[in-house]
Design a protein around this ligand. Structure first.
Ligand code: AMP
Length: 322
């Protein structure tokens, strides 16, 4: 804990030192990526009105109600402090100019597989990176000020990464932090609705997922979403986020993968588990993530089958141990 406090102080000192701060997050952002990135940006804007604070990265893909990105010229990176939130490995950072700054800080809650940056603050016990940013702000009340918009973004990030406070990473601290954020008076009902809302096409795809999931006797689940299915249901890759957690509510499912074929032919693999640890498997297939929620890639159907067999083995071993 003391080490963490020391790093938090060093991060605050760096923030105070630099007049220009540019904040990045991971590609294909989810609510926690945007919440932690722009939540931090809002806190810094309120706390240090004289500093230049930027949020940069690729398209926000359907999460425009949370935040938009800003255009930043290359020249602005000279002499700037760059902070990256919610991103375990440097290839996943959205906008590779993150490396052009004067100093780099990583703030994250994923396993610290690649400790890039001059300062690294990783807390894998936190439910979300948004929880880390909120706690960081509340830790230094003399220096950092929360505002309503930052609270909205950070709350949205926590709701997103905990599956509305359902997943096991939700702790008493998560609830305390969420309660504190809620007291800033943003419209919680509207935010929850925006996070939950889906187009009819995705609702219909949910039906397809339930109808077509294959589950073995040990609870290993597999859903294939080839390009033909995405086209038939008129959904794009980013919208599959809304169906990834669905198999978890089925009694017979223990761990599962949704294989989403990309226009180039390869498959994006979205892995989830109610018990067996799946992030080592993800790492073996060009991915990574949390013990119970990871992502990977399969170059073809042979690798899809390989990954599914590995999930089956994990489920089998898990069931045998019980
Ligand atoms: P997703 O299925 O994309 O929602 O990802 C679930 C978790 O796995 C997230 O916490 C991601 O950070 C992580 N993840 C997904 N894809 C990758 C990847 N290619 N490399 C490393 N981590 C990943």
């Amino acid at each position: 804990m003391e080490v963490q406090e020391q790093i938090q102080k060093e991060i605050l000192a760096a923030i105070k030192e630099y007049p220009r701060i540019i904040i990045h997050r991971h590609q294909r952002p989810d609510p926690d990526a945007l919440g932690s990135q722009v939540g931090l940006a809002e806190i810094l804007r309120t706390s240090f009105p004289d500093k230049e604070i930027y949020q940069v990265g690729g398209p926000v893909e359907g999460l425009e109600f949370l935040a938009e990105m800003q255009p930043v010229e290359d020249a602005l990176y000279k002499g700037a402090l760059v902070i990256v939130t919610d991103t375990a490995n440097s290839p996943r950072i959205s906008d590779e100019r993150y490396a052009l700054g004067d100093k780099l800080i990583k703030i994250d809650h994923h396993p610290n597989d690649e400790p890039y940056g001059d300062l690294v603050y990783v807390n894998t016990k936190a439910s979300s990176c948004s929880e880390i940013i909120a706690d960081f702000c509340f830790q230094f009340p003399d220096d950092l000020t929360m505002n309503q918009e930052a609270a909205r973004l950070l709350y949205g990030g926590i709701v997103g990464d905990t599956g509305r406070f359902l997943y096991p990473a939700t702790t008493p601290q998560t609830m305390r932090t969420a309660a504190e954020l809620m007291s800033f008076g943003f419209d919680v009902t509207q935010l929850n609705r925006e996070l939950d809302q889906k187009p009819m096409s995705v609702a219909k795809l949910s039906g397809y997922v339930y109808q077509n999931i294959h589950v073995d006797t040990n609870g290993a689940g597999k859903v294939m979403l080839p390009q033909e299915v995405l086209t038939e249901f008129q959904v794009v890759d980013s919208e599959t986020a809304a169906v990834v957690s669905l198999p978890g509510s089925i009694d017979e499912v223990l761990a599962w993968a949704i294989f989403v074929q990309q226009p180039e032919g390869y498959y994006r693999v979205r892995l989830r588990s109610k018990g067996p640890i799946i992030n080592e498997l993800a790492k073996r297939h060009h991915g990574g993530g949390h013990p119970l929620a990871s992502g990977a890639n399969a170059k073809d159907l042979a690798e899809v089958e390989e990954i599914y067999q590995e999930i089956q083995q994990l489920c089998q071993a898990f069931v045998a141990e019980k």
